[in-house]
Ligand binder design. Sequence first.
Ligand code: AMP
Ligand code: GLY
Length: 433
Amino acid sequence: MNVLVVGSGGREHALVWKISQSNRVDRVFCAPGNAGTESEAENVDIAADDIPALVEFAKQNSIALVVVGPEKPLCDGLVDALDQAGIRAFGPAKNAAELEGSKAFCKNVLRRAAVPTADFNIFQNPEDAERFVSERYEETPENVPLVVKADGLAAGKGVIVCSNRDEVFTAIDQIGRQMQFGKAGRQIVLEERLTGVEASVLAITDGKTIVTLPAAQDHKPAWDGDKGPNTGGMGAYCPTPLVDEKMFHWIEENVLLPTVHTMKRSRTPFHGLLYAGLMVTPQGPKVLEYNVRFGDPECQPLLFRLKSDLFELLMAAAEGNLADVPSLQWDERTAVCVVMASEGYPGAYEKGRVIRGLEEAAKVPDTKVFHAGTRRDAAGIVTAGGRVLGVTAMGNSVANARLQAYKAVKCIRWDGAWCRKDIGDKALGVPSA
Ligand code: AMP
Ligand code: GLY
């Protein structure tokens, strides 16, 4: 069978790598892919959001399953278009992808499903949001622990964590008047600011049954010690001792299942990958957000540990037969993924810098270098994005896995390459689950 993976990041390289290992798969295509996917599959020169061209390609190439990596084509209706053409896809339809596409939609689902989440209010214009803040915090303008969010997709931005009224007003102005995140700011969500540690719990679902994957932890801020601006994610590891077995089951029962059931009852059944971004607070885990696709970079350590056939799993979810899939087999060890980025990321950065040392890195045992922003040109493999590589390694503890990952990182160089030096540190010192 032929498979088409849509996207071009580290997540998509990991998906392509794992899907190609299935005995049931003949050819794997990736649109548009990167230099890493090119070495294990066939890259197709179609952008990830060119829906008509993707549907046409799938028809022409007898694609049995399309696996959609990023959120944008899902929110734009790629799966609906494929469905109309009779092509199976792993990922939610447009109306269910609203869980990520609209924070207001997500909060309302969480409320209906009685899933713990931060208290919130939704506003249609900045004036109403400001009036609410002025009235509620009249006595304590210095202490306004709110998070201001643009409703729509804002490429991981559009969320501003505030401490006082001035910060909240500035954030409302940026989102609702200056429209810094474009039409994503047409509605504004004001949310109670939670404190705790963050974890990601991802589940595969066919709309009825869920298969929950081991908990992972992302590192969103750019610099060591969680300092600096937010990024798409500078590293991840899996499993994380921050979510022990009891909490894992609690999250399945009280977060993931009620959400899937509520989506079904609301006639927006959710198929695909449901990603819960959680804050583990002193009162227990609460949902910060849902994503409707694999996390990047969480996908890399997760799939590196997966022993079962990923294609069978994704196909069963797309066909509605997830209940028939045997329990997943995982490597017992921990996997750590360290993202190597371009100079300047998450701000402006240059592309086209030659990457050296990939062959040496490939020789480090128990390691896999997943490509993200890379492409091949006459000079060799060059940088083509902000997040360039996801160096992923396995070890019998977080400490050993990170040691191995950084050993491979040391082999790789290009002008301006950098990474966080503390990926996985948050797990050290937490008693093992
Ligand atoms: P989101 O895109 O909603 O995950 O938000 C991005 C980041 O903002 C999260 O990873 C958190 O670090 C932070 N954040 C979002 N919502 C809240 C909240 N209610 N309380 C505290 N931090 C938050
Ligand atoms: N790593 C966070 C995300 O994929 O949204």
